[in-house]
Design a protein around this ligand. Structure first.
Ligand code: NDP
Length: 293
């Protein structure tokens, strides 16, 4: 079957091209080939490629910048996923879309489930929530995979920032009162591929089994297991680093590190629905060790 992957140069998009190998013919596009801010371009590419499955990791992911660019963030994160999903429905295709832990306000004590009511604190979270709702409203068979704190060996992410700063500074001051689950982009891509393999292709091999995909449609949380703070994450990165001089990693409060976008104090997601339906997920520190190795 034909699989259209957006955001091919992003953290998750790049890994998806590797993980989905062998599950179909992959057509991977960047913003030049399919700009999510250009709805006519989305429709044109969808109608030309005619995929059986669209996997959409492309997004406006600059959380702080989104506060001053709400319109473009909403167009890319809130509206474009709905256009993709509407076109998918017309083609008889399924959609896998990614969303974020930042749809929650962080006031819950335990891990958030898919049934908890989203209440985003920032523009990015509001636009991603709008995207979820647009995909849900489209009528296309869909999986919306909410993930969190994504890192990897390329792109812009916390891991690479900590490694750069650790080489330059004696001391790193990192927020220790926001809890979440750092998730390796390869875990997200491999789990996505596992789900695609499990749901399989259509009986003729060219399309998908619409009824099966429809029966599994919905929201799923997909993060590494366990929880930590940004400080704990930084400590684990530095501890793994084999160099003589390691910087001190000093815990600070959110109030000491003001950012344009507010972030939830707790955005740990319960992944029970996904693990019971599809497959297991690694612990965050095991996945981090694998990534750093
Ligand atoms: P990245 O920022 O690494 O990649 C996003 C991709 O989207 C980039 O390739 C980017 O292209 C592309 N893109 C941006 N604007 C457009 C546009 N107008 N048209 C087409 N493509 C565009 O994101 P991740 O891989 O980290 O994120 C994957 C998914 O996971 C997203 O849905 C994100 O919201 C979600 N998520 C991410 C988290 C994180 O910490 N990163 C946390 C929680 C959820 P270019 O490189 O050219 O800019």
């Amino acid at each position: 079957m034909k699989i259209l992957v957006t955001g091919r140069d992003g953290q998750v998009g790049y890994e998806l091209q590797r993980s989905l190998q062998g599950l179909g013919e992959i057509v991977a596009v960047n913003a030049e080939a399919m700009d999510l801010a250009d709805f006519d371009a989305i429709r044109a590419v969808m109608r030309e490629v005619r995929p059986a499955l669209v996997v959409n990791p492309a997004a406006y992911t600059a959380v702080d910048k989104a506060e001053s660019e709400p319109e473009i963030a909403m167009r890319i994160n809130g509206e474009a996923p709905g256009i993709i999903a509407e076109e998918a429905r017309k083609l008889g295709a399924a959609v896998i879309h990614y969303s974020t832990d930042y749809v929650f306000d962080g006031h819950k004590d335990g891990a958030y489930t898919e049934d908890d009511v989203p209440m985003p604190l920032n523009v990015y979270g509001r636009t991603k929530l709008a995207g979820e709702q647009a995909v849900q409203a489209s009528g296309a068979p869909h999986l919306i995979l909410r993930t969190s704190w994504v890192y990897g060996q390329r792109g812009r992410n916390f891991l690479l920032t900590v490694r750069r700063l650790a080489a330059e500074r004696e001391e790193l001051r990192i927020v220790d009162d926001q809890y979440g689950a750092p998730t390796w982009c390869r875990t997200i891509a491999d789990t996505t591929a596992h789900i695609v393999a499990k749901l399989g292709a259509g009986k003729q091999g060219a399309g998908i089994d619409l009824d099966l995909w429809q029966s599994k449609s919905g929201l799923y949380h997909l993060t590494a297991q366990g929880r930590t703070t940004w400080h704990g994450f930084a400590q684990a990165i530095v501890a793994h680093w084999s160099c003589e001089r390691k910087p001190a990693v000093v815990p600070i409060g959110t109030k000491d590190y003001p950012t344009p976008a507010r972030r939830p104090a707790n955005s740990v997601l319960s992944c029970r629905k996904l693990t019971e339906t599809f497959c297991g997920l690694p612990k965050w520190d095991d996945a981090l060790s694998l990534c750093l190795d």
